[in-house]
Design a protein around this ligand. Structure first.
Ligand SMILES: *[C@@H]1O[C@H](CO)[C@@H](O)[C@H](O)[C@H]1NC(C)=O
Length: 254
């Protein structure tokens, strides 16, 4: 409202300025100076008002995405338990860069924080990054990660698919968390978009098996524009399955 007012004042000011100049050129220099004097003083007023509007607008923009959680691959500590544990123990949980903002997370869980959107980012130390954005309205720390709430992702086929798993709890029998799976069908046929395997519980598919270089938890995701056949990662030359070094959760909230 105030912005509109200021903009119209500036426009009115400019129209009368052009009118004044047209007149002044026909008369004398001193008449021009006299005519411009009140306009210069108006410009100072506009500058002051524009600065005030800028200050008002800047505050909410600055805090658009706030970091709530960082979970790191390969530390031996499961990301699902780090995210859902009732309290944070820095000595056992804050290892290898794992991090949680208790105040934001508690506010989200209690409903005191109005979470508009949630952003899950898969990132690696080379700077690769994939973002998933969810509608956070009415969610808690458990249920925001769902197919219905997904607003955008790197994958064009999620919306029209029927995933067999889509949730942070995931497939508990195999400790696959933050799991977006299109289908199971034996290790060689499993297809999906994202999986965080935390430990070996039952089956031990080659595609989620830890190594010296990549201990648990193992974060894999599709680097295609669609779901991927997880078993591709077993091939050393594969470029379709990405490995994230860490994942982050941000909220856009007030
Ligand atoms: C987000 O979810 C809420 C509650 O389900 C819904 O009312 C709203 O329209 C959704 N917003 C968007 C942008 O999808």
């Amino acid at each position: 409202m105030k912005l509109v007012l200021v903009v119209s004042l500036v426009m009115v000011g400019q129209y009368s300025l052009i009118g004044t100049i047209a007149h002044a050129v026909e008369d004398s220099e001193s008449a021009l100076d006299i005519a411009l004097r009140p306009l210069y003083s108006q410009i100072d007023t506009f500058r002051y008002q524009l600065d005030a509007v800028k200050a008002l607008v800047r505050v909410p923009c600055k805090k658009e995405w706030q970091l709530v959680f960082k979970g790191v691959a390969g530390t031996g500590v499961g990301l699902y338990s780090l995210w859902t544990a009732a309290s944070w123990d820095e000595n056992t949980m804050g290892v290898g860069g794992n991090w949680r903002d208790e105040s934001l997370r508690d506010g989200w869980q209690s409903g005191e924080l109005n979470v508009r959107r949630v952003k899950l980012s898969l990132r690696d130390f080379e700077g690769r990054r994939a973002d998933l954005i969810f509608n956070g309205t009415g969610t808690d720390i458990h249920n925001w990660f769902s197919q219905e709430r997904l607003i955008s992702s790197p994958w064009e086929d999620v919306e029209l698919s029927t995933p067999n798993f889509f949730g942070i709890e995931g497939y508990t029998l195999e400790d696959r968390r933050f799991y977006m799976s299109n289908n199971h069908g034996g290790c060689g046929n499993d297809q999906g978009w994202l999986c965080v395997t935390e430990s070996q519980v039952r089956y031990d598919c080659g595609w989620e098996r830890p190594s010296t270089e990549h201990p648990y938890p193992v974060i894999v995701y599709s680097r295609l524009a669609t779901k991927v056949l997880w078993n591709n990662v077993v091939n050393a030359a594969d470029v379709t399955v990405g490995r994230a070094d860490f994942l982050t959760i941000h909220v856009d909230a007030e």
